[in-house]
Design a protein around this ligand. Structure first.
Ligand code: AMP
Ligand code: MG
Length: 330
């Protein structure tokens, strides 16, 4: 089910790279200053571990066990899982529930990106909404997690990739790598800088183009995570309406605002991942306000009317390379 294809280069100026499908997404890691394939193998092993613990598609993952024991009993989990749930709760608090890891019953109901995707009835949505509340996730001593009510469930799809990128970063640094790109399907981490010492230039995809190579601009960064959440990443269409995978935890419907994509710059990818999802749900006005409040976080919003809204600290980092998009002031 999981494809892992190695693709490596030796003895050239090309980076040493490896890719595969992990955590529900296409992963590519490129090392620019090392030819040691074992480092790449270790990184992929770590991602596999994280996937095995946090995936909902794996019946005996820690996360599946927590969900199966909702309302019944606490479950002891690996410290990876405990840590990510703890962070997820923190981001739920910071974002007043815009990011809510207990969104699982609603995500399952819509089934977006699965064979069962459909528009649920309002009654179904309202029933499941009763089960969404991050305050009912108990983090107990001994790495035990308890969901207070039956029917509740955790979904770490909005944060696990970021954790994975951070863990890969750690492995690369421990092994002496100083120049690398870690790409987990839209969660990009630029480790160190280019070999020339210049910053990495990470492109932000044009949400309105089917061509993955079309961009709206670039971010010049070193040692930074760049995470994007967008309504174009996973969705289905019915009767002309687009239903995407980022759910407003207050309504139970895909977040319906003027945002097309939101890119978050942060030192740690786990922060950028959770916040990208939160900022999408919050929309431009509340999202920008929150971004300004959190130290070390910068954002670029792309709206459906092709405007760009930037946080104040990003001006020197962001370059607009597409004249169709206009930088605006909220
Ligand atoms: P991302 O692509 O990082 O924005 O995450 C989207 C994924 O996070 C979805 O596929 C769901 O698994 C999950 N998700 C959707 N809506 C929310 C939400 N409001 N809070 C937390 N996770 C969510
Ligand atoms: Mg996210």
């Amino acid at each position: 089910m999981v494809i892992l294809s190695g693709c490596t280069n030796k003895g050239t100026n090309e980076p040493l790279s490896k890719d595969g499908f992990m955590l529900g997404t296409f992963v590519k890691i490129k090392l620019y200053d090392s030819k040691n394939e074992e480092i790449l193998d270790k990184a992929f092993e770590r991602l596999r571990e994280i996937e095995n613990r946090m995936s909902l598609n794996i019946v005996d993952s820690d996360l599946s066990k927590i969900n199966n024991s909702a309302g019944i009993k606490p479950v002891e989990v690996h410290e990876d899982v405990y840590y990510v749930i703890k962070k997820a709760k923190e981001f739920a608090e910071i974002s007043s529930g815009a990011f809510d890891p207990t969104i699982e019953p609603i995500v399952k109901l819509w089934g977006i990106g699965t064979a069962n995707e459909r528009v649920p009835s309002e009654e179904e949505i309202n029933n499941k909404l009763k089960k969404i509340d991050y305050n009912k996730v108990q983090l107990l001593e001994g790495n035990r997690v308890f969901l207070e009510e039956s029917g509740m469930g955790l979904d770490l799809g909005g944060i696990a990739k970021g954790y994975g990128a951070d863990e890969v970063q750690k492995i690369l640094i421990e092994n002496g790598v100083k120049s690398a790109i870690i790409d987990l399907g839209g969660n990009v981490f630029g480790l160190g800088s280019r070999l020339s010492g210049e910053p990495w230039k990470i492109a932000i995809q044009n949400p309105f183009s089917d061509n993955r190579g079309s961009h709206i601009g670039t971010l010049a960064i070193h040692d930074m995570s760049v995470v994007t959440s967008g309504d174009y990443e996973r969705y289905f269409e019915e009767e002309g309406v687009k239903y995407h995978h980022i759910i407003d935890s207050k309504t139970g419907y895909p977040a319906n605002n003027n945002v097309s994509g939101i890119t978050v710059l942060s030192r740690y990818s786990i922060d950028g991942d959770a916040l990208s999802t939160a900022f999408y749900v919050l929309g431009v006005s509340d999202g920008l306000a929150l971004a300004e409040e959190i130290e070390g976080i910068e954002v670029v919003y792309i709206t459906k009317d092709k405007k760009l809204y930037l946080s104040s600290g990003i001006i020197n980092v962001f370059e607009n390379t597409n004249e169709e998009f206009e930088i605006s002031i909220p």
